[in-house]
Write a protein that binds this ligand. Structure first.
Ligand SMILES: Cc1cc2nc3c(=O)[nH]c(=O)nc-3n(C[C@H](O)[C@H](O)[C@H](O)COP(=O)(O)OP(=O)(O)OC[C@H]3O[C@@H](n4cnc5c(N)ncnc54)[C@H](O)[C@@H]3O)c2cc1C
Length: 287
């Protein structure tokens, strides 16, 4: 017989996870499509009773998103401009109804190559907090999402939070999503850019991530390094080189060819970068 549990505390949830193979249910917006019309065969651990995880908080260490924080909560939260890319992504996850239910953590745990939350969180150097009855650990997001639908979560672990460290909370950011239409669409490619501009008008730091162009969204370290120390203006685009995008391995599918995705990724990285420095009005600009 299939079991259903809706614990009220994290400790209670971790106790259940220690003893059995549970399928975790958060907003359900990936869970139910994955189930489809098939009957449930796995025990379900519904985390919607865990009020302690339904928070977004800022401390001296950075910003923490509890695992039940929905995309709507992200949109409405008062957050510095470094989070504008994440907010822009939040507004583009499905529809408002989806955003009201769906969680940021669920987006990461589902580990789709087209998950809109991953690039902005990679560009924020985000870490994923995993708790079991015995341990708590934090993994950089890049070490958490391992492949298409594959994460480093162990069966007895619950993702309890996503942390953005203090060093990533400053700066400005933007997100650009390319889909076959403007809304309610799966990404063909998306890009997030976080930059800090020094008092001298030069790029002091840059973190760029691209999604839907590889099994897991990726940072662009060669491009990031090339941008640092350069004037924060449209001339940044002249630095772009094929080698900066060599890590992308887009596939051909119904939404676009590999070649199209390559070209699109380069274009939207440029647009996100210019939006982050305030040089165009695309994406979500710094306030
Ligand atoms: C109509 C529609 C449109 C969509 N559009 C988009 C879109 O534009 N962009 C996009 O990125 N996504 C989109 N999605 C996918 C989905 O809405 C998001 O990925 C969402 O953020 C998933 O969150 P959830 O809370 O609903 O997760 P759930 O469906 O509850 O869970 C997803 C997976 O993560 C696991 N999980 C959830 N929370 C935890 C946790 N705390 N610890 C461990 N495991 C956990 C679950 O077991 C499950 O395997 C869409 C979905 C629908 C139905």
């Amino acid at each position: 017989m299939v079991r259903y549990a809706k614990p009220r505390t994290v400790d209670e949830a971790l106790g259940l996870l220690a003893d059995g193979d549970w399928w975790i249910l958060a907003g359900g917006t990936d869970f139910y499509p994955a189930l489809g019309a098939l009957p449930l065969k796995r025990d379900v651990l519904d985390i919607n009773g865990l009020d302690e995880l339904d928070r977004i908080s800022a401390t001296g260490d950075g910003v923490t998103f509890g695992a039940r924080a929905s995309w709507t909560r992200v949109v409405r939260a008062s957050l510095p401009p470094a989070f504008n890319a994440l907010k822009a992504a939040a507004r583009e996850v499905g529809s408002v109804q989806i955003q009201n239910r769906a969680t940021v953590a669920g987006n990461l745990c589902n580990a789709s190559p087209a998950a809109d939350g991953v690039p902005p969180l990679l560009a924020l150097d985000a870490e994923v907090e995993l708790r079991s009855a015995k341990t708590t650990r934090r993994l950089p997001l890049a070490d958490f999402v391992l492949g298409n639908r594959e994460t480093a979560r162990r069966p007895d672990e619950l993702v309890t939070a996503i942390h953005v460290p203090r060093h990533a909370v400053s700066g400005r950011s933007a997100f650009v999503k390319l889909g076959a239409r403007r809304y309610l669409v799966i990404s063909i490619a998306m890009a997030a850019a976080n930059v800090e501009i020094g008092a001298d008008g030069m790029i002091a730091s840059a973190r760029i991530a691209v999604g839907a162009c590889s099994p897991v969204a990726r940072r662009m370290p060669a491009l990031e390094a090339a941008l640092v120390g350069r004037p924060a203006d449209a001339s940044l685009l002249d630095l772009f080189d094929d080698a900066h995008f060599a890590g992308l391995t887009p596939i051909d599918d119904v939404r676009g060819t590999s070649g199209y995705r390559h070209a699109a990724a380069r274009e939207i990285v440029g647009r996100a970068l210019l939006a982050a420095i305030g040089a165009n009005d695309e994406g979500e600009q710094a306030a």
